[in-house]
Design a protein around this ligand. Sequence first.
Ligand code: ADP
Length: 181
Amino acid sequence: MTKGFVIWLTGLSGSGKTTIARELETYLVNNSHRNVEILDGDVVRKNLSPDLGFSKEERDQHNHRVIWVSKILARNGVVVIVSLISPYREVRDYARSELSQDERSGFMEIFVKCSIETCIQRDPKGLYKRALAGEIKKMTGIDDPYQEPLNPELIVDTDNETVVESAQKIIEAAKSLGYLS
Ligand code: ADP
């Protein structure tokens, strides 16, 4: 069976994770015979973690649930695109070790890099506006930490690249890692 793998997109809210995930999905559906699933932070939270909030412990627990689902999908050959702020390095490292230690799956961490200024300007969900007005707390990048990846497989810079350019860079990286032909 073809080896599945996880494309783990991490970055601030509004950095472009969901948009890039959709672009990747379209590319893979049209250009490969792979089964693709997107695990998007907001959707997954609603379905898997409606009980959890945004403290470090709850974010970690939420991320652990996503890792578990990714693992099951990837070991069955699926290309799993995870789109999750996942602000803590430790839990992303745990994802890497869980996915890499199983010979049936692979893992790539992609840092979707974008300045906080641009994210605030884009504000696709209106969350920054509410956080800056003090209406919501624990907003990553405002009053909650984001730990940048130290050794990701790839960095895409959405301040300076188009969505298509970022997606193509990810596809090329997946090919060089031997995950895609
Ligand atoms: P996230 O999933 O990281 O919270 P979204 O993908 O939901 O971010 O929102 C990013 C917003 O920024 C979208 O409205 C998207 O159209 C816009 N955008 C502008 N330029 C880019 C780019 N180069 N890459 C990704 N998104 C971009």
